[in-house]
Write a protein that binds this ligand. Structure first.
Ligand SMILES: [Zn+2]
Length: 259
């Protein structure tokens, strides 16, 4: 099943079957942003950045430089420049930002939430990884503030897209996670929207919690788009750590300005 109005549109181009953030790519010349699928012709063995070289050949775009990090469910953010080490993990961090052309930011996912940021005025882009830990540590807010501090981005100029990840339908969580989520939601209404009980088990909506955080950071409502794809429900399209009980590949999210 594919959603016709989703920010992520399936593309069978020469690069293979990828989801692209089509509206952004059409509107902002030179921007490439999207995420691979399980049929993108990438080895199922991709579960850490070092296996990414074959992917970069598959993407079909001649990127001299790609950047990634060892993702640790934290909120460290790296500012990537041409003199940064390329084609290898930059260190332990979960967010990457750049304003330089020709650098493809990448991150790996299999249920956690990919957060894409774009400031078209300053031509700054950012890609972040937020599972429940990163979400409750306010990874989304950290990205906005790093863009503001380093590049003078204004929150009301920043666009954001929340990518394919495990939905509230499938994301049953422990009491520890529910408690952590309550700590960042500030009203009963926010609780009701984002934490649901089904058969005595709690489910949380990580996509919407990140959406809410972005609004609180000053991103405008019409500048945020949220995918309808759940990696667990749409397991024929995406790898899902939860659905496949931990033995799975990874989606590669990517974002860059072509030179
Ligand atoms: Zn689902």
């Amino acid at each position: 099943m594919k959603y016709i109005d989703d920010p992520f549109q399936f593309n069978h181009d020469s690069a293979g079957p990828f989801f692209h953030i089509e509206r952004w790519e059409k509107q902002f010349s030179g921007l490439i942003a999207g995420i691979s699928t399980r049929t993108s012709g990438i080895s199922k063995k991709i579960d850490k950045p070092l296996n990414m070289n074959p992917f970069m050949e598959n993407i079909g775009i001649n990127w001299k430089s790609w950047s990634c990090a060892n993702q640790v469910h934290g909120t460290e953010v790296g500012i990537v420049q041409h003199n940064s080490p390329m084609n290898q993990p930059l260190g332990e961090m979960d967010g990457l930002i750049t304003s330089e052309k020709g650098i493809l930011l990448t991150a790996l996912f299999a249920d956690c939430v990919p957060l894409f940021f774009l400031d078209p005025e300053k031509e700054v882009i950012g890609l972040a990884h937020a599972g429940w830990r990163g979400t409750v540590k306010n990874m989304a807010g950290k990205m906005v503030r790093e863009m503001t501090n380093h590049f003078q981005s204004k929150p009301d100029q920043i666009r954001a897209v929340i990518g394919p990840s495990i939905g509230i339908c499938c994301y049953e969580v422990s009491d520890e996670v529910v408690e952590a989520v309550y700590s960042i939601l500030s009203t009963d209404r926010e609780d009701q929207w984002n934490i649901k009980k089904e058969n005595g088990k709690c489910h949380i909506n990580l996509q919407e919690i990140n959406h809410l955080i972005m609004l609180k950071e000053g991103i405008l409502p019409h500048h945020i788009e949220v995918t309808s794809y759940c990696t667990s429900c749409q397991n024929s399209l995406f790898y899902s750590y939860r659905k496949e009980k931990g033995t799975t590949g990874r989606q590669v999210a990517f974002m860059g300005w072509q030179e």
